[in-house]
Ligand binder design. Structure first.
Ligand SMILES: C[S@@+](CC[C@H](N)C(=O)[O-])C[C@H]1O[C@@H](n2cnc3c(N)ncnc32)[C@H](O)[C@@H]1O
Length: 282
């Protein structure tokens, strides 16, 4: 396995318990992105949909509600602990139309022309071969079926990220990632992921900027716990600090986050690119 993919697997294996622990708030925070993907992929009742890099089950479970019992959703993730967390949630909430499997985006274990739509929220930036993965999405889509992918716009446009990371930079050396390496902002530049869809052969590729609010109905201190646990980068950097430094950094972050306080928690202006295309009708 290439070193980069190994590294991604190790990072996300470490993150899986925290993504499951904070699943409800993650669902709340990124619900507008799930809705944008559903709209862009034109997902309707009765359809069969694939969610790639589903993590602990989103947007797959939101889509399962939308397609209803006449439809079906399959979520895949390369990390077994993520797929297990998604299955546990589907079972807990009584879904009968959602299944989760362990698979990598570049080798989808499905026959050609199986799905009406393929979506992925915050996944494609971590794939070892984004072009190869989009080709796989097109292979498993039915003719005329749609792909919709969500990736972060620039970090500077997203205080959900930078309000915390700029404070980390003062405590720990934080070199930028190598160009085109797996990272949350790999496709932040408008046009980059769009080019990948074109290269992979998607018909009518298009891109739009989604501006929305990330809302988290929790106190600011709890939000800092969530942020420091969800992100592998933050966990790794915190582990390099002394107890005193960690406490000081935490105080600074909580203070900075208060700028985003609202009545029932926190609200951050946010920007995400929604990139879509379809498989040529036969
Ligand atoms: C930022 S999380 C997004 C999870 C979920 N889609 C959400 O929006 O809440 C990224 C996910 O991509 C998964 N992932 C990374 N590389 C992958 C690959 N090659 N194939 C499938 N999933 C992958 C990780 O395991 C992780 O669950």
């Amino acid at each position: 396995m290439p070193a980069e993919k190994k590294e991604v697997i190790s990072r996300w294996t470490g993150s899986a318990p925290y993504w499951e622990k904070h699943r409800d708030i993650i669902r709340e925070m990124f619900a507008p992105v799930a809705e944008a993907l559903i709209a862009e992929a034109q997902i309707k009742s009765g359809q069969t949909v694939l969610d790639i890099a589903t993590g602990p089950g989103e947007p797959a479970l939101t889509i399962a509600e939308r397609v209803g019992l006449e439809g079906k959703v399959v979520g895949i993730d390369v990390i077994p602990e993520m797929a297990e967390a998604a299955r546990r949630e589907a079972h807990r909430r009584g879904f009968r139309n959602a299944a989760f499997e362990v698979a990598s985006a570049d080798r989808l274990p499905f026959q050609g022309s199986s799905f009406d739509a393929v979506v992925s929220r915050f996944g494609v930036m971590f794939f070892p071969s984004p072009v190869g993965s989009v080709r796989e999405m097109l292979r498993v889509l039915k003719p005329g079926g749609r792909i919709a992918l969500a990736v972060w716009h620039f970090a500077e446009r997203n205080p959900f990220h930078y309000a915390v990371s700029k404070i980390f930079e003062r405590y720990v050396d934080s070199p930028p990632p190598a160009p085109d390496s797996p990272d949350a902002f790999r496709f932040a530049k408008p046009g980059d992921l769009l080019g990948i869809l074109s290269k992979a052969g998607a018909a009518a590729p298009s891109e739009r900027l989604l501006q929305f609010s990330i809302r988290a109905s929790i106190p600011v201190e709890e939000f800092w716990d969530l942020r420091s646990e969800m992100s592998d980068k933050f966990r790794t950097r915190l582990a390099c600090l002394s107890n005193e430094q960690r406490a000081e950094l935490g105080r600074e972050v909580v203070q900075a986050l208060r700028a985003f306080s609202v009545d029932d928690g926190l609200s951050f202006p946010a920007e995400v690119l929604i990139v879509s295309g379809r498989k040529q009708p036969s």
